[in-house]
Ligand binder design. Structure first.
Ligand SMILES: Cc1cc2nc3c(=O)[nH]c(=O)nc-3n(C[C@H](O)[C@H](O)[C@H](O)COP(=O)(O)OP(=O)(O)OC[C@H]3O[C@@H](n4cnc5c(N)ncnc54)[C@H](O)[C@@H]3O)c2cc1C
Length: 480
């Protein structure tokens, strides 16, 4: 029944003759998939071994090499640098801090949370500055973030969110409501109120990750691709920590696990972060006439204030890329369908595009894809390094990883080099939350809470002027 519904839904979606689903992401279609680097040639000793060459692994290697150029660093990557979420995301380089402020504050006080929020804002500028210094052209435009409410319930929620954030590290100039914006520069249909923050930039994700990989290599780190790690061993007496692959074992003083959503496929790590899927579509370039209707000259990153919200950007070549989080993602070795996504997700995203931008509803969809992000049980991202085992981690960023991975990389540098710093005192460092319950239960829980959020959005769009109680139920169920 669902398949028939999906096929019917898909028929409504205008698709270009070149339409593609998967192929990792549209971002890699723009750059071309990279030639793969050679695999690990055999067992070896390094000072630091990083597992996974996405933003987390690459930023960690980058800052370590900058701090101590003679460190011997190996990155072991199952596919190629950027294959995961880092090469597929929505390109929101934003100061959004995932997780509950109150949870972070419980052991560290409010001051620590505010410091973490300010560090996220600074990290947006840090990424932009490093990209410029290292000549990484990632189509970056710092146009800020725009959030739009399109019904009374969303308006009340957005007003409350702005008030809340202004208590937790955003000053009034860092986020504010555009209350009487009669001539909006970005025209989103049905907007009843919008909020703006200057602390965000649009990026082309694959260009950033490819550029970072080249930079890290130039600094002298070794990246080995086609090298899946099958086991991670903690330090044991005289034996250093190690990452085991079919090509050999890398022994190192520290092993940093930077596999975010894929961590669930590592032995003994199923419960750490739940892989949750997020899907995207991108249109063909829109005509100048359509852009005159929409505006969006500032290239702000955009989201709506729905519970199951969509996020969007205007790309460098004048397309709209729009995405949304969805069902739990089944991560097993070899189960990633190269980023292909379900027809239902494509249809849903296209309906959101047509609702927010009716002028773009005829634009053919050029590409659809998906990927997975890592969600911790308490929804709070973490950075950690255990000096006893030599193992380090960072991730569970939910939807903040483009920026948070940079902050995590600098923090892991300080932890590996045993430096006490402002970064190592931030409240997400060393945080250990309980894990997720076993497979089918958590899968069902996520499905149900996603369904409730969507129903809450439909009710708010048509019937109720306050946040639907179904949404609170979904939040409780998902552990937020
Ligand atoms: C569709 C989508 C949209 C998103 N949009 C945004 C956004 O706009 N803004 C934002 O801040 N965040 C966004 N996110 C989240 C963000 O992209 C991620 O949090 C971030 O990229 C995580 O980076 P990472 O390096 O930790 O993990 P990844 O980029 O997933 O990298 C992990 C790497 O580890 C490799 N690997 C896995 N298993 C092994 C193994 N056994 N051995 C060796 N290597 C292995 C993988 O191949 C992969 O390359 C989005 C995510 C998705 C999927």
């Amino acid at each position: 029944m669902k398949l028939v519904a999906s096929a019917a839904q898909m028929r409504a979606v205008p698709r270009s003759s070149e339409f593609r689903n998967g192929g990792v992401s549209f971002w890699f279609r723009q750059t071309g998939l990279p030639d793969r680097r050679p695999a690990l040639p055999g067992s070896a000793d390094y000072d630091v071994c990083v597992v996974g060459a996405g933003y987390t692994g690459l930023w960690t290697a980058y800052y370590l090499k900058k701090a101590q150029p003679d460190l011997r660093i190996a990155l072991l990557e199952r596919e190629f640098a950027g294959f995961g979420a880092s090469g597929r995301n929505g390109g929101w380089l934003s100061a959004h801090l995932a997780g509950s402020r109150e949870r972070y504050a419980a052991p560290h006080g409010k001051g620590g949370v505010i410091a973490l929020q300010r560090a996220m804002m600074a990290a947006v500028d840090e990424v932009i500055q490093v990209a410029a210094a290292e000549e990484i052209d990632a189509d970056i435009v710092k146009g800020g973030m725009r959030v739009v409410a399109t019904n009374p319930a969303q308006r009340a929620r957005l007003q409350e969110e702005v008030r809340f954030l202004q208590e937790w590290g955003y000053w009034p100039e860092d986020i504010y409501l555009l209350e009487h914006d009669h001539e909006p520069r970005l025209r989103v249909d049905g907007t009843v109120v919008a909020a703006h923050s200057p602390h965000a930039a649009r990026i082309q994700p694959a260009r950033l990750v490819l550029g970072l990989a080249r930079t890290v290599e130039r600094l002298g780190a070794d990246i080995f691709e086609n090298t899946p790690v099958t086991e991670i061993r903690p330090r044991d007496g005289d034996q250093p920590a190690a990452a085991v692959t079919e090509h050999g074992t890398v022994r190192a003083g520290h092993v940093i696990v930077a596999t975010e959503a894929f961590t669930a496929s590592l032995h003994g790590q199923r419960a750490r972060w739940q892989p949750v899927g997020s899907a995207m579509i991108v249109t063909e370039p829109l005509s100048a006439d359509t852009w005159r209707h929409i505006g969006w000259e500032g290239r702000e990153v955009l989201r709506d204030a729905a519970h199951a919200h969509v996020y969007a950007q205007r790309t460098a070549d004048d397309r709209i890329a729009i995405g949304g989080r969805g069902a739990p993602y089944r991560i097993r070795a070899g189960s990633d369908t190269n980023g292909a996504t379900q027809p239902q997700a494509i249809a849903e995203l296209w309906r959101a595009l047509a609702r927010l931008f009716p002028a773009a509803s005829d634009a053919p969809v050029a590409h659809a894809w998906s990927g997975a992000l890592g969600v911790p049980r308490d929804w709070c991202p973490t950075v950690d390094l255990d000096p006893a085992t030599g193992l380090g981690w960072a991730g569970g960023y939910v939807d903040s990883g483009v920026t948070a991975s940079n902050l995590a990389g600098r923090t892991l540098r300080d932890l590996v080099l045993d430096r006490q710093s402002e970064l190592t005192r931030l409240p997400w460092v060393g945080r250990r939350a309980r894990g997720w319950q076993p497979g089918p239960l958590r899968w069902i829980g996520t499905q149900v809470s996603q369904g409730l959020l969507r129903t809450a959005d439909r009710r708010e769009a048509h019937h109720v002027s306050q946040t639907s109680t179904l949404a609170s139920l979904a939040e409780k169920l998902s552990g937020r």
